[in-house]
Design a binder for this molecule. Structure first.
Ligand code: GLN
Length: 390
């Protein structure tokens, strides 16, 4: 047989999703893939059931059902301070995942570059490869996950087409400040490139942190693609409804790619998404305070059991140093550590190297997610406590 696509040799299947399969096989506690083990609000689920029974079961408008696009416009203005037109500026996709790859496919030409902050959400690596972009990585340094301005500006040049920003950030929990976003914006203007922002955790911020949308900054609306989804905010990661908001010229390209990739996101879930976007302010407050408690619980537990966790400011992950425990258990790398951890404690995590561009980085870190019921976290505690006597 002739060789299959060479491009697919350049990346592996997702480690995050592989860890879920390993976890399920041993009946462990899944703190690897970021999805809640508690239910979405009954009202949101009923909206989906009602849509199915009410006949919303055929293809949707390819770039999004009108009701959902209108709801996105309303929310984009009230929460994100982004003005957009439902007819020309929105593409509803199969999750933020499709929005990101469709966007990169729609804007990148061969030889162009994208800037990615590292550590980064696993998908951005393969997204870059599949769209033919050359990645340039800018390091975020613990404990605060700050970048150096010098390193940031050195990553931009005339080949730069886009910078990918994920705020609040997976896996670090960093919430980009206004000052940081302004600095990135000025580089985008200087090098005439786009900002592609993944804002899927926008409602999950802690303490005094506030989410700021890049597209709301002066002069950035026409050069930003804002990606979002209902997955994390309404705890429905399996529904696969996301979207990209962008200037009409960019949107027309994204819509073409999206149309031929997937035709559309599931119709009844788009109806339910339109309903969910209208949830009252109290819903988001409760979501935040629930995650605040889980963050506290897991952070303290990790300190107690010998990890070196970095306190996240947003999203629902904790990156933790494992150097001391690796020594104690005589383990050399993050993968072996994650495997050993499931065996010993039943707790599944994601090895740190999955979030870095080279295997040399992240070897002494692993990622935990805490979007789980307190009961699950109590069981995790029982498991992790075994490390103390190891
Ligand atoms: N964002 C989630 C994580 O990092 C996973 C999303 C997915 O698997 N599509 O774990």
């Amino acid at each position: 047989m002739k060789p299959l696509s060479r491009i697919t040799e350049k990346f592996t299947e997702s480690v995050i999703r592989e860890m879920t399969r390993i976890c399920d096989a041993v009946g462990g506690y899944n703190l690897s893939q970021g999805f809640p083990d508690f239910e979405s609000p009954a009202k949101v689920k009923n909206a989906a059931i009602k849509a199915i029974l009410g006949g919303y079961n055929q293809y949707p408008v390819t770039f999004g059902e009108p009701k959902l696009r209108k709801a996105i416009v309303k929310k984009a203005w009230s929460f994100n301070r982004i003005r957009c037109n439902p007819e020309t500026d929105i593409t509803v996709t199969c999750g933020a995942t499709e929005a990101m790859i469709a966007t990169l496919k729609a804007v990148i030409n061969p030889g162009e570059e994208i800037v990615i902050f590292e550590p980064f959400y696993e998908n951005y690596g393969p997204d870059g490869i599949l769209s033919g972009a050359k990645p340039r990585y800018v390091s975020l340094y613990p404990p605060d996950w700050k970048y150096y301005s010098k390193e940031l500006s050195a990553a931009f040049n005339r080949k730069t087409k886009a910078v990918i920003i994920n705020t609040p950030n997976n896996p670090t929990g960093k919430v980009f400040t206004r000052q940081e976003l302004e600095e990135i914006a000025s580089l985008c203007a200087r090098w005439d490139c786009l900002a592609v922002t993944d804002e899927i955790y926008e409602h999950i911020t802690y303490d005094e942190e506030k989410h700021i949308s890049m597209a709301s900054l002066n002069g950035m609306a026409h050069r930003t693609v804002t990606i979002n989804s209902i997955s994390k905010t309404y705890s429905v990661t399996g529904w696969r409804v996301g979207w990209a908001i962008a200037d009409s010229r960019i949107t027309s390209r994204i819509r073409k790619v999206h149309d031929f990739l997937t035709v559309g996101a599931p119709t009844p879930f788009q109806e339910a998404a339109a309903f969910a976007l209208g949830m009252p302010a109290a819903y988001y407050r409760r979501l935040r305070s629930r995650y605040e408690k889980s963050r506290e619980f897991l952070f303290n537990l990790l300190v107690e059991t010998g990890f070196r966790p970095f306190m996240p400011k947003g999203a629902y992950y904790i990156m933790a140093g494992i150097g001391d425990l690796m020594k104690k258990l005589d383990i050399r790398d993050d993968f072996s550590f994650s495997k050993k951890l499931i065996e010993m404690t039943g707790v599944a995590t994601v090895p740190g190297t999955s979030f870095y561009s080279s295997l040399g980085k992240g070897r002494d870190q692993i990622r935990f997610c805490f979007c789980k019921k307190q009961q699950t976290l109590d069981n995790v505690k029982k498991g992790l406590m075994r490390l103390k006597n190891a």
